[in-house]
Structure formats: C-alpha cells, structure tokens
Design a binder for this molecule. Structure first.
Ligand code: PLP
Length: 496
C-alpha cells in the first residue's frame, strides 16, 4: 500500500504528498501525517558512501510517493547547491564531548534553510502535478528564522507570493534586519504588535477562513504555508539525522548499529519530530532529548503529561524557541494516541478553549523515547562561555540551550551514549548575546562591531548572509495589530 497523508483531526480526509504540501494545513485545522512511517531500506554502509543529496533522495522518496524520480531529484539538486557554503551541507563538529551537527550553512544561517531551500521547488512541482492555476500565497508566522529562510527561498519564484508575520520587538536585531531588507517584488514582511504565538494563531485562523478562501480563489490566489506544519518542511529535516548517523559511521566515530542520542533545541517541535521520524524509519537513535528555554512548556509536558500554555510568555536570548504552542506536538500526540483522529481533535480543542490538556497514562508510556529539560538564561550564557574557553568553538544561543540540557541529561541518567546536538543557528545571527556571554566588555559595541569581533576571536569567516545586510536598504516597514492581520494580507493582495 502506497503511503498517503491524512489529517490528525479527521480520519476520512486523505491526500497525496503533493496535495498535502500545497494545502499546508488540513481543512479541519489538523496537520497532515503520513499513513505510516516507511522503513529506510538502505544499509548504513551504503548511506555512509552517499553525498547529502543522495541521502536526501533515499529518505524523501519514501515520503513523497507521488513525485517521480526526476521531479524529486530536480528539487534536491536545485536546493542543496552553492547556496550552502560547504559541500557537506551539514557538517559535524566534535567539541566538548558531543557532535555538533551544524545546520546553519545555508543562505540565511539558521537550520530553517535545510527545508526552506527545497520547499519552493516541492511547492511549484506540486502545483504543476495538480494542475493548480492559482498563484500560491505563502503565509508564514515566524519567531525569527523561518521568516527570512522562507523569504529567501520564495523571493521571485514565479507563481508565488510570500507574506511573513514576525513579532515586532520579539526577534534579534540581526534577524529583523535580515527580514526587512528582503528583496523581491513578491515578498511582504509585517511586524505584529504581539508575540509569536499570536502570529501563529492569526495565520492559522486566516487559513481556516472559508469566506476569504473563496474571495482568494475568485481573484486567482490560494494560500499555503511555509511553517513547519507543512510536511514539505518536515520531510527534508529527516534527512540530516540520517546523514549525521552515516557520517559518524563513515568517520569511525561509532560502530555498526551503535545507538546515538540526539539533542534538539526545540520550539515548534518540528526539528525534534523529524529526528523521531528518522528513528521510526529504523535509524539507531536511542533517546530524543528535547531542550527548552525558560518557555518550558514541553519540559513540563514530558515530566507531567499535562500540556499547559497558561503561563507568562518569556522573551529570552533564544527567541526562535520562545513559543508556548508547539504546533508539531500534535503529530506526536496523534501517534501516541493510537492514530485516533477523534482523540487528538478533542485534545486540540481543549488546548484551544482551555489552553491545556492531559494525556492518558497509556500515551505517557510511549513518551519514553523522549527526555525533556530546559536551560535558564544564566545557564545558557555560562555554557557559551565555557565551551569557548575550553575549545575555542563558539555556539549560538539556541544551540547553547541544547548544550545545557545535554549536560543535565548526562547528570540525571549517567547515560554516556554518543550524542549529536542539533546546532540550529550560526552565532553570527545572535551576536550580541553570544558575545556578552563570552565577555561583559562587549556590552557597548555596535551590532556590526560585534560581528567583526566574533569573527576575530572565533577565527571564523563572517557569513555572506551577514555581509549582505551590513549596508542593505530597509524595504519593509509595515506594522499591524494582531486583529488586523487578515486585512493586511488582503491589502497586500489588492482584495477588497
Ligand atoms: C526554529 C528554530 C528552533 C526551533 O525549532 P523547532 O523546529 O521549531 O522546534 C531552534 N533554534 C533555531 C535557531 C531556530 O531557528
């Protein structure tokens, strides 16, 4: 039986992979999930001889079952090219007893590039396959990194427009500058007077607006999503966990079938869910270590079985993880609930109305693959400092949260299984907090002075993504209230 997709909230709606990519979100508000998780029938020996692109094909073809070989290979070849500053695409760096999987070598220097450099190709291929004549309007809420990566991916892509909402004041200065300087006539960047969760909820409600969908269709438009709720984001993220395992084996760091742990700095639960899918495909991954910052809703969930977003939203130095509603958790809930759409629909309804839900003991038992913990702001700063002093390696604030949680995990469990830490952003993206952690004397330097100093003390070249914005012109300055998001989109599209 070929793999297809269905909604986490309705067992009856089934779609192909390309339809799921086009739609982004199911009509009932649920997320698309594969009808089963396919096994990867390629040996580690074989994988270890493959390039990133070859691994990408081996993994993605199992999920994107209605793409032809030519279609999928064309997408992969267009995505993982010289936009990345290393042919390895996702290099592993050994430091301080762990393997850092650097996922920030793409165009916008955060791990979002790993999926968003291929999503526009998957999307336009899907449109062609399904005879879509409408222009596709990508609607995206960002906690800082998705926005720029999606803008870079979709800028000037024919047949698409892209609108990005980010929390004004809730992203780093470099993140904001990267977005508001974006070129391309089909791009539109909007700051909202609210936080990421409000941006995400606003976008979800625009998706669910049937009236608007009708108006859009009449005007020759349809929405899709570049957020990690789109399976076109999730599937490409599985690839680098498989690739990392194969690389460790190729480099003689692990023996055949040796299990590894992965540590993931988590926000919307997309990246770690991809690791969970890699494990379920048959990769020898043992524990999935979920790292949160002070917005530790996931840590509380893993320890108590209650998901409760009723709490204060904290702005931290790892803004891309400042999230209280981790959308992709719905896919895990669906799986551990026995793939019962009614049950997950009910829990998500509770989340929507009461802001919390409890899972059953049976479901809780199935969470043993996961370990959750969190890093405070002080701990995050300390570990950036310590790793730099010990090794000269400079990590970003998000990766640092993972490093903190990895230390706590080892202390808690005495488990010394070799571990891969997902390094989700370049330190150049969060220069101020990274440099302040290394030395208080940097407090008074300007943003770009800090960039130069980071390059000097870390002995790393300043990424193009940063050089590009040094003197770039601001092109977007729209700011709107949360309530006006729909109107803002309509204005941009010229709808009444
Ligand atoms: C998006 C992001 C995260 C969180 O990833 P999720 O898939 O949302 O859990 C962590 N770190 C960085 C740098 C990010 O951009």
């Amino acid at each position: 039986m070929d793999l297809f997709y269905r909604s986490t909230r309705n067992a009856n709606e089934t779609v192909t992979a390309s339809q799921a990519i086009l739609k982004g979100l199911a009509d009932d508000g649920g997320l698309f999930v594969p009808s089963f998780i396919p096994k990867l029938n390629v040996s580690v020996e074989e994988l270890s001889k493959m390039s990133y692109k070859e691994v990408a094909y081996a993994v993605m073809k199992e999920f994107l079952t209605d793409f032809t070989e030519d279609e999928l290979k064309a997408c992969i070849n267009s995505a993982y090219d010289s936009k990345f500053d290393t042919e390895e695409i996702a290099p592993l760096v050994k430091a301080e007893g762990a393997y850092y999987l650097e996922l920030f070598h793409g165009a916008t220097i955060a791990f979002k590039d790993m999926a968003l450099s291929i999503l526009p190709y998957l999307m336009t291929t899907s449109a062609k396959k399904n005879d879509v004549k409408n222009e596709i309007v990508i609607l995206t809420a960002t906690s800082g990194d998705t926005g720029k990566a999606a803008l870079a991916g979709f800028a000037d892509v024919k047949g698409t427009k892209i609108v990005v909402f980010y929390p004004k004041g809730g992203v780093s200065p470099i993140q904001e500058k990267q977005m508001v300087t974006q070129k391309g006539d089909n791009t539109f960047v909007v700051g909202i007077k609210g936080n990421f969760d409000q941006a995400q909820s606003g976008v979800k409600s625009i998706f669910g607006d049937k009236e608007l969908a009708k108006e859009m269709d009449e005007a020759g438009y349809q929405f899709s999503s570049a957020n990690s709720i789109n399976i076109g984001r999730l599937v490409p993220q599985i690839v680098y966990y498989v690739y990392a395992y194969a690389k460790l084996f190729a480099n003689g760091e692990i023996s055949k079938d040796e299990k590894i742990n992965v540590v993931v700095p988590t926000g919307n639960f997309g990246n770690i869910l991809a690791a969970y899918y890699a494990k379920n495909m048959g990769m020898p991954i043992d524990r999935l270590i979920c790292a949160s910052n002070d917005n530790k809703v996931l840590y509380d969930f893993f320890t108590t079985g209650t998901y409760d977003k009723n709490r204060e939203f904290v702005l931290t130095m790892s803004p891309s993880m400042d999230i209280l509603i981790s959308s992709n958790l719905e896919r895990l809930i669906y799986k551990i609930g026995g793939e019962d759409a009614d049950k997950s629909a009910e829990l998500m309804k509770k989340l929507n109305t009461e802001g919390k839900y409890d899972i059953t003991d049976d479901m809780k038992k199935q969470l043993s693959d996961f370990y959750g913990n969190y890093g405070t702001e002080a701990e995050t700063s300390e570990i950036i400092n310590k790793i730099y002093k010990d090794t000269g390696y400079i990590i970003d604030t998000h990766t640092a949260v993972a490093a903190v949680v990895y230390e706590k995990y080892k202390k808690d469990t005495n488990d010394n299984t070799k571990s891969v830490i997902a390094s989700t952003a370049s330190p150049f993206k969060f220069t101020r907090n990274v440099m302040k952690s290394i030395d208080g004397k940097y407090e008074n330097l300007e943003d770009f002075e800090l960039v130069d100093e980071l390059s000097r003390i870390g002995n790393v070249k300043i990424p193009n993504a940063i050089e590009e914005i040094r003197n770039a012109q601001i092109r977007h300055n729209t700011v709107c209230e949360v309530e006006d998001m729909t109107k803002t989109v309509k204005d941009f599209l010229g709808l009444k």
